[in-house]
Design a protein around this ligand. Structure first.
Ligand code: GTP
Length: 261
């Protein structure tokens, strides 16, 4: 099984009411990575809206938010759901730049094409088909590799001042209990995660199993690793909305694109 996640009491909502709202709200950028069709969008939707619906493949990237309350702080997760299709891989680095957490998502029951024995997870990396992997070398440096060849070195400039991927969690779809070798696959997943120094969690976007617990675990990890440090996570400020129907609140000539006299 995966790592023990903190228990969320039955019926407890992560999105609580304004009475208990702590003073500070910090922003956390979280990115979902993985091959096409493994369920990233479904998991993102479960995080953001607690819903499950089948959607078409993601184009470029999708964005959702989710608020998690910890004992003395609120974390506002900005969730970037990247497209898994190969044609979008060149733009993926734009989305994970500056991320505080990354979820490496894969489907427990999907195996590499043409092999019956080798599970996709035998291949290193977030995108198991392409053998691309993240390597966390030092606190501030992250390298994207393809086999032993370095594709791109990401320096601390790409990441926030305390930027490093605080947590990486491998996600598995546990609702597919009909999968014959499920227990073997789980052991493999756990071994792979241990080998890479990742956290490992099995969850299901379909049933919602372990989804809240997973987000809570990430929230705790990110806050402990980055949030408590000075300048680690930036504070979130609500942007005041402009009411276009109220007279006096909108002045078109106040913009920087002022045209005419
Ligand atoms: N059984 C089961 N099916 C799931 C689960 N999550 C997603 N699916 C199904 O898997 C298929 C792919 O899900 P998506 O969320 O679109 O996959 P994706 O990784 O976002 O794919 P791209 O947008 O192409 O990157 C859909 O038919 C989903 O309904 C799950 O937890 N359990």
């Amino acid at each position: 099984m995966g790592e023990t996640l903190p228990r969320v009491p039955k019926g407890a909502k992560l999105r609580s009411d304004t009475w208990s709202r702590p003073v500070r709200t910090l922003r956390v950028k979280m990115v979902l990575l993985g091959s096409s069709g493994v369920g990233k969008s479904s998991l993102a939707l479960r995080f953001g809206k607690d819903e499950f619906r089948t959607a078409s493949p993601t184009v470029g990237c999708a964005y959702l938010t989710r608020v998690v309350h910890l004992s003395d702080v609120t974390l506002r997760f900005e969730i970037w759901d990247t497209a898994g299709q190969e044609k979008y891989h060149s733009v993926t680095p734009l989305y994970y730049r500056g991320a505080h957490a990354a979820l490496l998502v894969y489907d427990l029951c999907k195996r590499v094409k043409g092999t019956t024995h080798k599970p996709i997870l035998c291949y290193p990396g977030w995108c198991m088909y392409n053998c691309i992997r993240f390597c966390l070398y030092r606190k501030h440096s992250l390298e994207l590799k393809c086999g032993s060849k370095s594709l791109r070195s990401i320096t601390s400039q790409d990441l926030p001042s305390y930027g490093w991927l605080a947590t990486k969690v491998i996600w598995l779809r546990i609702d597919k209990s009909r999968c014959r070798f499920l227990h073997v696959f789980k052991q493999e997943g756990q071994a792979l995660a241990n080998d890479r120094g990742l956290s490992f969690t099995e969850t299901s976007a379909l049933s919602g199993d372990q989804v809240s617990e997973l987000l809570q675990a990430i929230a705790h990890r990110v806050y402990e690793c980055i949030g408590a440090q000075q300048g680690g996570l930036s504070e979130w400020q609500e942007t005041p909305l402009v009411d276009l129907h109220r007279k006096g609140t909108f002045n078109p000539f106040a913009s920087c694109c002022k045209v005419g006299p």
